[in-house]
Design a protein around this ligand. Structure first.
Ligand SMILES: [Zn+2]
Length: 390
């Protein structure tokens, strides 16, 4: 008992120490990638002293080997097309859109999101729209990649329906900008997967969509092959997909092929289960612009859609389209799901992503998971903890 008290006191003192560090850090360098590296360095130092911040927040199921991974859905921080009206954030500052959630996004070993647009300062190559009235072409200024970096993003998907908005030039330029900013990416046929290492763990990442130029969500045998090869070389394999029909009428996982505007958007259930059969450890879905259910298959985590996370201006944010989760996963060194945490956010059309005091994304995921995956044995608490049912 005395020993337990001592541990409790130590953990309490440690938490004060860590809070002090993170406050100092965010005051000194509020939006700097270095601040994440500094925190990592401090984390690593503390790790050698036998207790980690991760252990502290996750005392029941984790060990020193526990890895934390964050996933969010669509990100488009403002577009320079059309030039008028102006669809860029106030003072051309994309950091403000993510500011309320930056500390949460940075608090993981790996942070992932879907890059729902191209990076380009040159809009000469914008593809013509069939219907100019409803023309949605997303071209983020190249400097906006820094906002992803500042918010702690390590890896992004570029397999989606907007990476082709500026044709071949846009794809090439986006790749160039992501490389310059040292953000890992995958999802184009020329860049189907990536392997990267962080804190001594080797990660494999690949991304899929039903759009031209991207790795195809509908070619499941090929996707399985990509995953299998990654798993042979990596500790943790993360798979991203941009699939399924869009909008409030498509919040449920049908377990069938879904079509939208006459286009086959994949069978996301089959896809997710198949890539796990091939060795995937985490499946992060997005594309429907609404939040969908979670699923646990072979002790691996799936979310079928993480909705609109930070999509400035040209997106419908009404009802279920305006809320979304930040998903934080705790997995073991082999990728097995231990537990998760949903941080609920909502978007204000003009000012970006904010924490949702109404916690709507938590109740939405709980309701959808209960309905679509009654066989999955997890409890989702009011605070957003995702716990395996005993
Ligand atoms: Zn999309």
């Amino acid at each position: 008992m005395k020993q337990i008290n001592l541990i409790t006191i130590s953990l309490f003192l440690l938490s004060i120490f860590l809070i002090a560090i993170s406050c100092n850090d965010s005051n000194a360098k509020p939006n700097n990638k270095n601040s994440k590296q500094d925190v990592d360095l401090v984390k690593n130092t503390i790790l050698t002293q036998s207790v980690t911040q991760k252990n502290k927040t996750n005392s029941n199921v984790v060990s020193n080997d526990t890895i934390t991974i964050i996933g969010v859905g669509d990100m488009m921080l403002g577009t320079n097309y059309p030039a008028s009206p102006n669809y860029l954030p106030k003072n051309n500052n994309c950091n403000t859109l993510l500011e309320p959630v930056i500390d949460i996004l940075k608090d993981a070993d790996v942070t992932f999101g879907n890059c729902e647009g191209v990076f380009s300062d040159d809009i000469r190559y914008v593809k013509k729209c069939n219907s100019p009235k409803n023309c949605y072409r997303f071209s983020m200024p190249e400097s906006y990649a820094k906002c992803f970096v500042n918010a702690g993003f390590d890896v992004v998907s570029i397999a989606n329906n907007h990476l082709g908005d500026l044709g071949a030039y846009g794809r090439k330029n986006t790749v160039k900008v992501l490389k310059e900013n040292k953000i890992h990416f995958a999802g184009l046929t020329d860049y189907p997967s990536i392997i990267f290492e962080k804190n001594g763990v080797k990660y494999g990442f690949c991304a899929f969509a039903p759009n031209s130029g991207t790795c195809q969500i509908t070619d499941i045998p090929k996707a399985k092959n990509t995953v299998k090869k990654l798993k042979e070389k990596c500790d943790i394999v993360i798979v991203s997909f941009h699939g399924g029909a869009e909008g409030r009428n498509h919040q449920h996982v049908t377990r069938k092929y879904e079509t939208f505007l006459g286009h086959n958007r994949g069978n996301v259930y089959d896809f997710a289960h198949s890539v796990i059969d091939a060795g995937a450890d985490i499946v992060f879905g997005h594309g429907p612009h609404v939040t969908r259910a979670i699923d646990i298959y072979k002790e691996r985590f799936i979310i079928y859609s993480m909705g609109n996370f930070c999509t400035y201006r040209r997106f419908n944010l009404t009802g279920p389209s305006g809320i979304a989760p930040i998903i934080k996963l705790y997995v073991d060194k082999n990728g097995k799901f231990l537990k998760g945490k949903i941080t609920p956010i909502y978007q204000d059309k003009m000012t970006g992503t904010k924490l949702d005091p109404q916690k709507r994304a938590i109740s939405k995921i709980r309701q959808l998971t209960k309905k679509d995956f009654p066989e999955v044995e997890v409890n989702i608490t009011n605070e957003g903890d995702i716990l395996i049912r005993n």
